[in-house]
Design a binder for this molecule. Sequence first.
Ligand SMILES: Cc1ncc(COP(=O)(O)O)c(C=O)c1O
Length: 379
Amino acid sequence: MKKSTQCVHSGTYFDEKSGGVNTPIFTSTAYTYNDAASISYPRYFNTINQEVVAQKIAALERGEAALIFSSGMAATMTALLGVLEAGDHLILQNDIYGGTHYAVSEQLSKIGIESTFVEGRKVEDFEKAIKPNSKAIFIETPSNPLLLLVDIAEMANFAKENNLISVIDNTFGTPIFQNPLRLGIDIVIHSGTKYLAGHSDLSCGAVVTSQKMIEKIHHVAFNFGGNLDSMATSLLERSLKTLAIRVKTQAQNAQKIAETLQKLPQIKKVFYPGLESHPDHEIAKKQMKDGFGAMLSFELDTDAEGRAKFVRHLELICKALSLGGVESTLTEPSLTSHSKIPADMRKRMGITDNLYRLSVGIEDADDLIEDLTNAIQTL
Ligand SMILES: Cc1ncc(COP(=O)(O)O)c(C=O)c1O
């Protein structure tokens, strides 16, 4: 099946009694049982509502199995704890989601798991960080907020050659544009709070991998919890039915906006993998299909007064954290996600005070362009 069809049909549970076309919401936390092995319980991640959504996401990511969590961080930390143990070493890309950076640095060291953050995004950069106890690598592409890419297939090969488990955060890529498991990656993680849920009203996460690997991760999940309840799982199932049409529209809008912005004299730079001017456009064409995602960043040629004016004059696009919703939202990375990084390092990374990150929604592209150009023209 094609992905749009899978979004609608994969995993749906058909209720014979009612004949309803949607999976019913099973609210029970207590289930009758015959033997210990077949007991259903939400924290065992095996209720019908959890399983059908896991099947849909696994199908979309081309994986054998998935687990659904209550947040992206629950998914990330459970997956890492599923494959790492005390004494192991993890190598991570430096420009990953700040929360993952923080959680790995703060929590994994406490239980004797070492980590190294690598400045570059190339295999050679990771190669230099390998130690005898290295066990896994962690990448995120496109990255936040500059939308820089990692060559997924190259990184997966490097991991295999060195007997390392490869983990990717595919939140920005979405299962519609990018399937890292097909490119040789072992474990895919999502903050489902973003595109999978897609309406800025639901916190969830997912891990997709092989059956063998999911069993290890399930063992940790079962002990730590972090499961999603039936109501929320049902909302996620409903959201996923429109995932393909939502993100394709969002990506088309993003492409149009990026092309328009790069022509404006008040704009210094536009970062969008779909632009030919993007430094990683060739990698994007190789590993992304049907669109280049719906996140873009741009740098205004202005000062503090101009920045305040620009944001004040936006009428449709609101300033809000998080991303991936149907509504377009804007953030200032230097004041939000990257505010804890010292100013000189931020500058070296290319994250200036004039940089804005736009999560493009499903509104009409012309309305979004008008809103942005009106605000930019006040500078
Ligand atoms: C790329 C990425 N990964 C993971 C997370 C963590 O997800 P959650 O907030 O759902 O725990 C986020 C949250 O912003 C994110 O942007």
